[in-house]
Design a protein around this ligand. Structure first.
Ligand code: HEM
Length: 366
């Protein structure tokens, strides 16, 4: 049910629905895909004695499994034979998308002999003032982003792919997240984060913007064309300090009103949306696909361990995430309400054809 178009109100373009996303496509799914309600993100370490062929085998096994999982293909025989854990048996795919990424460590000259294949934009992120990083939530040689409208389906995908990588790659860290998807009652509005503000209003949507800011074109390895880069930041919110701030101060920190999400007419110079916006960052923009997270209680302080799992896609993190984060480090009224506890960067190669695998043109190029 869609609301009747109001005269004079321009309809914003929307990203394609997850149910229409195909695993075999020019781009991997789960990037320019309308956000599902849940994410399960896992980063993996490849074992030190793995060969380049082992790495290729994992990506080939994952790609074959992903096409099957996204199509909801789970057979009773696989469950009976113990090849599938069975926890998603009889569940519909719930818009599952699977997105695979390659971390900087995979191309380390001292490791798998893949140094000459390293995607040009894939460099470890520099240190930032907002960092309070826990190494156990950072990095990784490979990543899988599983998004679905059912958390059990997303978990099952991570479980199945972890099994498929057994002996070659093992989970290093994982993070789940949730977001309220625009519903009929909400008239499809952008969802709210745990600070109570709507997020995504000024996000990238139309294909021209995606071509400009998200998809790799020239200036990188041929095997990355049609791919992108993912920056992950686990940002823990200081909800006690936030709750103590008057609403007017919260709105000034964001640069938007809380209830409606409208831009403030005269935002402060240090408002988050001003500092993160393209005007102050040489036109740099990000495709944000962030989720809220809630990981229980920090037993040392008694505070809720909750915040924002920032997932943002771009064609070059060195020219997009890094300068935007530096601008926020220098001055961002919102930054005093959160610290970054996890961080990772991954190259997201383009999509693959049936029979091929994600990363093949990059890893197999002569
Ligand atoms: C707890 C941390 C954060 C919260 C709660 C948060 C929240 C928000 C909100 C409410 C908006 C305005 C609505 C929208 O356009 O989406 C926004 C905009 C934005 N945020 Fe954040 N954000 C956080 C951290 C970050 C970080 C670390 C970055 C990147 C380095 C970032 C990049 C952006 C960008 C690029 C915009 C759009 C600015 C514009 O073009 O108007 N945010 N954020």
């Amino acid at each position: 049910v869609s609301a009747p178009a109001r005269p004079g109100r321009r309809r914003r373009p929307r990203l394609p629905e997850a149910a229409d996303a195909a695993f075999h496509d020019a781009h991997q799914p789960g990037v320019a895909t309308r956000q599902q309600a849940h994410v399960a993100l896992a980063a993996f370490d490849v074992v030190d004695d793995a060969t380049p062929d082992d790495v290729r085998d994992v990506l080939a096994a994952w790609s074959a499994a992903a096409a099957r999982l996204m199509a909801g293909g789970r057979s009773a025989q696989d469950v009976d034979a113990g090849r599938d854990g069975g926890e998603a048996h009889e569940l519909v795919p719930a818009g599952l998308t699977l997105t695979f990424g390659l971390g900087p460590g995979l191309f380390d000259p001292a490791r798998f002999g893949l140094a000459d294949r390293r995607p040009i934009g894939l460099e470890p992120l520099p240190a930032f003032a907002c960092d309070a990083l826990d190494e156990r939530r950072c990095g990784g040689d490979l990543c899988v982003q599983a998004c679905a409208d059912d958390p059990q389906v997303a978990f099952h995908a991570i479980h199945a792919l972890t099994r498929a990588a057994h002996g070659i790659a093992r989970p290093r860290w994982a993070q789940t997240g949730f977001v309220r998807r625009g519903t009929v009652e909400d008239r499809g509005r952008t969802p709210r984060n745990l600070l109570g503000f709507r997020e995504g209003a000024s996000n990238l949507r139309d294909p021209g913007q995606l071509a400009r800011h998200v998809w790799v074109d020239r200036g990188d390895r041929t095997g990355m064309r049609g791919g992108t880069y993912l920056v992950v930041r686990r940002i823990r919110a200081d909800l006690e300090a936030w709750d103590a701030a008057p609403i007017a101060a919260q709105e000034r920190a964001v640069g938007r009103t809380k209830v409606t999400g409208a831009r403030l007419e005269a935002p402060d110079r240090d408002a988050h949306t001003v500092r993160a916006g393209p005007a102050l960052n040489g036109g740099a923009r990000l495709l944000r696909r962030s989720y809220n997270f809630f990981d229980g209680v920090d037993t040392a302080t008694g505070a809720l361990d909750a915040g924002l799992l920032l997932l943002c896609f771009q064609r070059d993190p060195r020219r997009q995430y890094a300068p935007i984060q530096r601008a926020l480090d220098a001055q961002d009224a919102l930054a005093r309400y959160g610290v970054h506890t996890g961080s990772a960067v991954f190259a997201i190669p383009p999509g693959c054809r049936p029979g091929g695998y994600v990363g093949e043109p990059l890893l197999e190029a002569p």
